[in-house]
Design a protein around this ligand. Structure first.
Ligand code: FAD
Length: 450
């Protein structure tokens, strides 16, 4: 093999997982090159909401929230329908607190002073980065990586993984706009290339910038013997709107206001059809069974409960304000009497603190809804992929015989088997941080000799 360049550790991808891995490896004294095929850093992590699930008793207890890593584990396994790898899920839950602290204290990421509950979680444990923008985590990670001397290269894509006769990974073939060249990895290669949502042709995708989330790294990993798992499970986000392209504002409005402080109805019947706060798969399946987008409804009190920040996530192209319920019903061509009944029943469940019809948890500050109302159309869009490379608890890539492929690690959405059939909301970032950091630390321990 003719090597053009060498480095201790090569990281493929500059999202949450890749940057966390790079920082840990550099901190352990390794030379690190991060390769990013796009012309900007961060991938889907950049466009994400930057909301992270973590058990943080200090923040939760003042609100009277009782939580534990076991409870988070149970929620993740329930959302994944039990096919998740429990060992990996346990690691995510038990290291969720330290990951959040790492971001705040070591990396300097700022979070909002709030704690939210999203669908499928049994208690509020979701921490929102300022402005609900993933880039507010990516930018500090890049800053830290650069401070540590990590060499970050844009417009450079992985073309091939090199393996010697002992099946050890020895380096990579790369391509940038000028040339194709061989980079030797003295210690290890870490795959952190994200999911493959762009390969999903049948459903609308959540973000136009997912267009580059392709599966080529999975093909390259498979070619050198990596086992791929759960490839058939795709997550649809049940809070996107057909009235805007890509992600837009609907997911924030629906998650922070409609689901906790309102309800969703079927246009044809004017009736609720699912627990709006259950896990994503249950909601997405129920919404897909409708013949038209669902209508999410909330009121002024919902906006107040969500806090001032919600006004930055409102746009009348997507969210409509109605003086009364009759106008709302007319606008969406819904049967008004049925909708009025639904509102009456829902308000009764708020007063009784018990949603008899669907079992939705009623939060302490939820109040009966009254005019004026706010509403939007909601429809699931492709969000993230559950399947990918099988790893062990040290983030080592496994082959079909469950043996580690020497010097090859993976972390983040490129991995499969962690979230099962469907990921619990806000657990992707926790996963990327936990396994990205483990991959970086473990790779640094490798003493690959030529
Ligand atoms: C709109 C949106 C909002 C979301 N919000 C949240 C949220 O609030 N909380 C949460 O937990 N999860 C959220 N998610 C999911 C979460 O953001 C992703 O699962 C996570 O960011 C994936 O991070 P990653 O590091 O694995 O991959 P990515 O962030 O996708 O990074 C992978 C990078 O690898 C690069 N790459 C790919 N192939 C190659 C190659 N051949 N050579 C070189 N580079 C390559 C890609 O260009 C990309 O930049 C959201 C997802 C979307 C789409």
């Amino acid at each position: 093999m003719l090597w053009n360049e060498s480095v201790d550790i090569v990281v493929i991808g500059s999202g949450f997982a890749g940057l966390s891995a790079a920082i840990e490896a550099a901190q352990a004294g390794c030379s690190v090159i991060v390769l990013e095929k796009r012309d900007f850093y961060g991938g889907n992590s950049w466009i994400s909401g930057g909301v992270l699930a973590a058990v943080d008793i200090e923040i939760q207890q003042p609100y009277g929230i009782q939580d534990s890593t076991q409870q988070m584990f149970d929620d993740m396994m329930r959302a994944g329908r039990g096919i998740n790898n429990p060992e990996l899920v346990r690691l995510i839950c038990s290291q969720s607190y330290s990951s959040l602290q790492w971001l705040k204290q070591d990396i300097g990421v700022e979070f909002m002073d709030r704690i939210d509950q999203f669908g499928g979680h049994s208690v509020p444990r979701c921490h929102s980065v300022i402005e609900i923008q993933g880039r507010n985590i990516i930018n500090p990670l890049i800053k830290r990586a650069k401070q540590l001397g990590v060499d970050l290269r844009l417009n450079t894509s992985l073309q091939q993984l090199y393996q010697n006769q002992q099946t050890e990974i020895t380096g990579v073939k790369l391509n940038n706009s000028q040339q194709t060249y061989n980079l030797k990895a003295n210690k290890a290669v870490i795959l952190a290339s994200g999911g493959f949502s762009a390969e999903i042709k049948t459903t609308d995708t959540l973000a136009t910038s997912l267009a580059d989330s392709t599966a080529e790294v999975l093909h390259l990993a498979k070619a050198i013997g990596a086992d791929l798992i759960d490839m058939e499970h795709i997550q649809l986000l049940p809070c996107a709107s057909p009235d805007e392209q890509g992600r837009g504002i609907a997911p924030v409005f629906a998650s922070y206001v409609v689901f906790p402080y309102g309800f969703m109805v079927d246009v044809n019947t004017g009736q609720r059809f699912v627990n709006e706060w259950t896990d994503r798969k249950t909601r997405a399946d129920a919404m897909q069974a409708l013949t038209q987008p669902a209508i999410g409804i909330t009121d002024e009190q919902g906006l107040i409960n969500a806090g001032e920040m919600i006004h930055q996530h409102m746009d009348d192209a997507v969210i409509q304000r109605f003086d009364n319920l009759s106008n709302l019903a007319d606008y969406y061509a819904m049967p008004y009497p049925a909708l009025q009944n639904t509102l009456n029943d829902y308000n009764k469940s708020i007063q009784q603190r018990n949603d008899v019809a669907f079992g939705k948890p009623i939060t302490t500050n939820a109040k009966p809804l009254k005019s004026p109302f706010y509403a939007l159309r909601l429809q699931p869009k492709a969000h993230s992929t559950m399947g990918g490379i099988r790893i062990n608890s040290q983030a080592m890539v496994l082959n079909k015989q469950a043996q580690a492929i020497p010097n090859l690690y993976a972390a983040g959405e490129v991995c499969g088997g962690i979230h099962g059939i469907s990921r619990l909301a806000a657990c992707a970032i926790t996963e990327c941080l936990v396994f990205g950091r483990i991959a970086g630390q473990q790779a640094a321990l490798q003493a690959y000799q030529k």
